[in-house]
Design a binder for this molecule. Structure first.
Ligand code: SF4
Length: 178
């Protein structure tokens, strides 16, 4: 049987959601028998190819992230958001309360440890968006695995539901964060 093709992207976030996925431990061996990862920070493959499932970690805070998310959406049948950043904006969205130039000035010039700071603006560095957005403000998202990071068991549950042909809806015990 052909393997289910999956691509994942890491946008504005800390990689903790991908780390949590790797924390499914030995379950990854069974998963690898039925799933093939293409573009992903896990494989380090950079090119998009058509896949069954796309997974996004991180919010969208600059033009490059917006482009990558649109590319992922265009190449996948089902798009799943991993983690609070992708689902709701998360900690990254705290920047949205401030003018983006003020945020850059604070980060690169005004911090107490900075001496003669300068805002880097070389060609090719993607521009910040005015607001940091969750994935569903840019593209259609089909299912969500919230948490910061989501529990490995929630990630595994969602993947297994997709493999069974169902759009995952997490049970309430996987939506409680103590
Ligand atoms: S949801 Fe939490 S763990 Fe995941 S990328 Fe955002 S900050 Fe990191």
């Amino acid at each position: 049987m052909a393997k289910v093709k999956v691509a994942t992207v890491w946008l504005e976030g800390c990689a903790g959601c991908h780390m949590s996925f790797l924390d499914i431990d030995e379950a990854i061996i069974e998963l690898a028998k039925v799933v093939e990862f293409s573009r992903s920070p896990i494989t380090d493959i950079k090119e998009f190819v058509p896949v069954d499932v796309g997974i996004v970690e991180g919010s969208v805070g600059n033009t490059e992230e917006e482009e990558v998310l649109k590319e992922l959406r265009a190449h996948c049948k089902i798009l799943m958001a991993w983690g609070d950043c992708a689902c709701f904006g998360g900690v990254c969205a705290m920047r949205s309360s401030f003018d983006k130039e003020d945020a850059l000035r604070r980060g690169y010039i005004e911090t107490e440890s900075t001496h003669k700071g300068k805002i880097p603006r070389p060609p090719g560095v993607p521009a910040l968006l005015d607001q940091v957005k969750p994935a569903n403000h840019i593209v259609k998202v089909d299912c969500y695995v919230p948490g910061c990071p989501p529990e490995p068991k929630a990630i595994l549950y969602a993947l297994n539901e997709l493999l069974a042909g169902r759009i995952p809806v997490l049970p309430s015990d996987m939506m409680r964060f103590d």
